[in-house]
Write a protein that binds this ligand. Structure first.
Ligand code: SF4
Ligand code: SF4
Length: 568
């Protein structure tokens, strides 16, 4: 039995992106493309040869005219380079396709699992490699997406005649922005010709080439500035009334700025473990704009989070937080425009972790944004800290959520401690849904009568993804849920160490008899495990369904009003 199990440890190069790694001729052809012209093999370390990254993390895909290559709103995890043929893009939402993409369990399978014979905890079936054999693993999200969309090819000519589109042809690149920023695709892309051939590079290969090649990095950054900016402005509500020519003028003069550290986890964990209150956390956050300084442009949050605070007696008080698409400084610019006297900011803005902002010059905001702007944008205020018991509760909750960075959570597990009786039905339901392996612990930080349980929150900024060497932990393309692919997890624990909330556990896996699976050196094999929101369950998260007291909910932690209402 041991002999049979000795090949179970996954490794970096085990699972190529395609069915097979690309052959050396194809790799040479890819590296001859303009995108890689200045990328030098000698810049890469011996353990990470450039050719092997391309061979392993790249694949060749062929599309027929009208087939969907990627869809707006799906989470991106790869870039594409056109090798032959051409594609066209649609920035409006793609036509709705019938049918879902996610494979959920049928009712009969869901029912059957309740009565299934119990498996040993953290049992994993024998590994089933895809390489050199017909694939027997479940299809990746991308493969499933293509299968669905292939049956519903769009009429490319008709779509181009009716909609605003853009075209790309060989050897242009697309998809790199969403892949790098762990964000949704910003356009739907279709093949414009039959036999359009693309090179697709998955996220971890893209990231490694960007890390080791300065020229590739500056090329990607330039593309981001050229293409990403206009699209970003178009999707931001505050610019909805601004026409394309004015937006292009704004994009021309806008500046990209970043504050904080992309990989903010470790410092955060150190700071939050100190017990001297929120003040020291605020003070160590990089200042983007200081209260009392003159307004210097409109700031649009591109990614990450920022804290709005105001000075009080001996420190600062949090009065709100901003995230993607929010703006800062609009009221001060409007006051400047109506009085013609330069205004000072009455609050400060600080980076929570890492923030990517776009600064738009004041004169362009006055010229293009203020005329015709919906007054609601100017009247938005922050209500934290207002008088009365509800105001105090709101202020306390705001401090708690921002200081612990729970505002990152889109599907946090919130337990109302006034209703919870500790029966653990939620934990048992989770175990039943995951082959006897519960994916969370009913413990966590508390605020008033609320507990944030130690379960993956499926964050807006999933920092856990940053270092995974194989891309095993990733966002499901259609739902955005953060999931781990058991077939490619090599058990390095990078994700577990990176999760700021300690919501990933490393478990030693077992065979069907309950014995620990060991590698050829006799060392136990670990894999990362966490909540997957019961991605394959028909009824959604089993924990929520199971609670007989309505004490458990999955919530977006930025929805303060719902949180306050639910905790009443
Ligand atoms: S594992 Fe941690 S960082 Fe990653 S999505 Fe879940 S809670 Fe967020
Ligand atoms: S342990 Fe985490 S970081 Fe390491 S390979 Fe597995 S999923 Fe990726």
């Amino acid at each position: 039995m041991d002999q049979e199990l000795r090949d179970e440890r996954n490794r970096r190069w085990d699972e190529p992106f395609g069915k097979e790694p690309l052959d050396p001729d194809t790799v040479a052809a890819i590296l001859a493309l303009p995108a890689f012209a200045d990328v030098k093999s000698e810049d890469f370390p011996d353990w990470l040869p450039l050719e092997r990254v391309i061979a392993n993390d790249g694949r060749i895909r062929t599309f027929q005219k009208g087939e969907t290559i990627l869809r707006k709103g799906d989470y991106g995890s790869s870039l594409f380079i056109i090798l032959s043929g051409s594609v066209f893009g649609l920035t409006a939402p793609a036509p709705v396709h019938a049918g879902g993409r996610r494979r959920r369990k049928s009712w009969s399978r869901s029912l059957a699992q309740l009565f299934a014979r119990k498996r040993p905890p953290e049992y994993r079936p024998a590994r089933n490699r895809t390489r050199g054999a017909a694939p027997t693993m479940p299809a990746t999200d991308a493969e499933r997406a293509v299968a669905v969309d292939k049956a519903m090819r769009v009429d490319a000519d008709d779509l181009m005649a009716r909609c605003e589109t853009f075209q790309l042809e060989a050897p242009q690149m697309f998809g790199e922005l969403a892949a790098l920023t762990r964000s949704p695709r910003r356009a739907t892309i279709y093949a414009l010709e039959n036999e359009t051939v693309l090179f697709e590079l998955r996220w971890q290969g893209l990231r490694e080439i960007r890390d080791w090649s300065d020229s590739f990095r500056s090329q990607i950054d330039q593309l981001y500035h050229e293409r990403g900016l206009l699209t970003r402005l178009q999707e931001c509500p505050v610019f909805a009334h601004v026409d394309s020519a004015a937006l292009a003028e704004i994009a021309e003069e806008a500046l990209f700025e970043t504050y904080g550290n992309f990989n903010w986890t470790h410092r955060f964990k150190r700071e939050i473990s100190k017990e001297d209150g929120p003040q020291h956390i605020i003070q160590q956050e990089p200042v983007i704009c200081e209260q009392g300084s003159h307004v210097d442009g409109l700031l649009l949050i591109n990614s990450g989070f920022a804290r709005i605070s105001e000075r009080v007696d001996h420190g600062d008080r949090t009065i709100g937080h901003l995230s993607r698409n929010d703006v800062f400084g609009l009221q001060a610019i409007a006051a400047y425009a109506s009085s013609n006297v330069s205004q000072v900011l009455d609050t400060s803005l600080r980076a929570i972790g890492y923030v990517d902002v776009i600064r738009i010059p004041t004169h362009l905001v006055r010229k293009h944004v203020l005329p015709g702007l919906d007054r609601a944008f100017l009247e938005q205020g922050h209500t934290a800290g207002k008088d009365g018991p509800q105001g105090e509760l709101r202020q306390g909750m705001m401090d708690f959520l921002v200081d612990h960075r729970y505002i990152n959570g889109e599907q946090a597990m919130l337990i109302n401690l006034d209703r919870c009786v500790g029966c653990d039905d939620c934990v048992r339901a989770c175990a039943t849904a995951h082959g006897n392996n519960p994916r969370f612990v009913r413990q966590g930080s508390r605020f008033e009568n609320a507990m944030i349980a130690s379960a993956c929150m499926h964050c807006t900024d999933p920092v856990c993804l940053i270092g995974c060497p194989t891309g095993a932990i990733h966002r499901a393309e259609d739902s955005g849920t953060v999931v781990i692919d058991d077939n490619t997890c090599i058990g390095c624990a990078t994700c577990a160490n990176s999760c700021p909330y300690n919501n990933i556990r490393m478990v030693e896996i077992r065979d069907q008899h309950g014995f620990f699976v060991k590698d050829k050196d006799g060392q136990p094999i670990s894999r990362a495990t966490k909540c997957d929101l019961c991605a394959d369950q028909l009824t959604g998260p089993a924990c929520v369904q199971a609670c007989p007291h309505d004490a458990l909910e999955r919530v977006n932690m930025r929805d303060t009003e719902t949180l306050l209402e639910w905790l009443k």
